[in-house]
Ligand binder design. Sequence first.
Ligand SMILES: Cc1cc2nc3c(=O)[nH]c(=O)nc-3n(C[C@H](O)[C@H](O)[C@H](O)COP(=O)(O)O)c2cc1C
Length: 149
Amino acid sequence: MDVVVVYESKTGTTRRAALAMGDEFFTRGVRCRTYPAKGVDPAAIAAADLVILGSWVDGLFAVGQRPGGRRNLERALGLMGGTDGTTLRGKRVAVYCTYAVAPGRTLSKMEALATDLGAEVVGGLAIRRDRISEGAATFVEAVADLSTV
Ligand SMILES: Cc1cc2nc3c(=O)[nH]c(=O)nc-3n(C[C@H](O)[C@H](O)[C@H](O)COP(=O)(O)O)c2cc1C
């Protein structure tokens, strides 16, 4: 399995989660590369068996939560900027977000973004920002299990 993590991070927490996931995959002998949304390599996505999308929760804490920097993720995946938005077509995709208090519907909004691009969503997890390493381990374990089904 070849895994690519594409993350959008404002203050580094979601990036930290992406790197922790990379470590988890590495210990399982799975090749995993991580990219910030603005520096993604389309060829890496094209070659990936599993794409993981990560973002932070932006909102008013109790209401209006959504994926932070969503436009950067959309651009990275080719939804914006004039291409046909097929980067994820047929791909297995898992999503995660990091949050402080309550993620609201951020995860399902990320799932919808992936589904709209033709992806098959195989997992998702909201990770509280004070539990990044535990969350990353749980997430990778769940995705690894799903990938063997
Ligand atoms: C402008 C802004 C709005 C935020 N809104 C929410 C929110 O509505 N709910 C929540 O649980 N956390 C919220 N947070 C906290 C972040 O989602 C959380 O700290 C996240 O882990 C940050 O990830 P990052 O370091 O990768 O940017 C907000 C943070 C910022 C900067």
